[in-house]
Design a protein. Structure first.
Length: 126
């Protein structure tokens, strides 16, 4: 029984991608693409992600933690965004099963929560 449990931990977790998450829109104002870009980069920076804006609507974000590295594409417009796995190092990625170390999914969930918080407050006065 213990061996089965240990084998399950090593197998990794299915990769968590954030798909087409709606950007909050207030009753009288939506965010510009520039405001969405600023909110996403601010949220990612709080968690140590390095961002490279490839073009409007696409940020390549990289996280380095100790000997681990995760790279994701953040695709966005003024109505929604997605966070999609690109590559990793030392995170037990299994291409065939599309699984990865469970910590990766925690990093993506935290990033997503921070982006939601930034977007929710981006159009409001301080």
């Amino acid at each position: 029984m213990v061996l089965i449990a240990l084998a399950g931990c090593r197998a990794g977790a299915p990769i968590y991608d954030v798909k087409d998450t709606a950007i909050p829109i207030s009753a009288n104002q939506s965010l510009s693409l520039n405001e969405v870009t600023k909110a996403i980069t601010a949220a990612a920076a709080k968690h140590g992600w390095e961002m490279h804006i490839e073009k409007p609507g696409l940020i390549v974000a990289t996280l380095h933690l100790r000997e681990h590295e995760a790279v994701v594409n953040i695709l966005y417009d003024t109505s929604s965004y997605s966070i999609v796995y690109v590559s990793s190092q030392n995170l037990q990625f299994n291409e065939g099963k599309r699984t990865i170390h469970k910590n990766y999914n925690s990093w993506i969930r935290n990033l997503n929560i921070s982006i939601q918080r930034e977007l929710g407050g981006a159009g409001k006065p301080n």
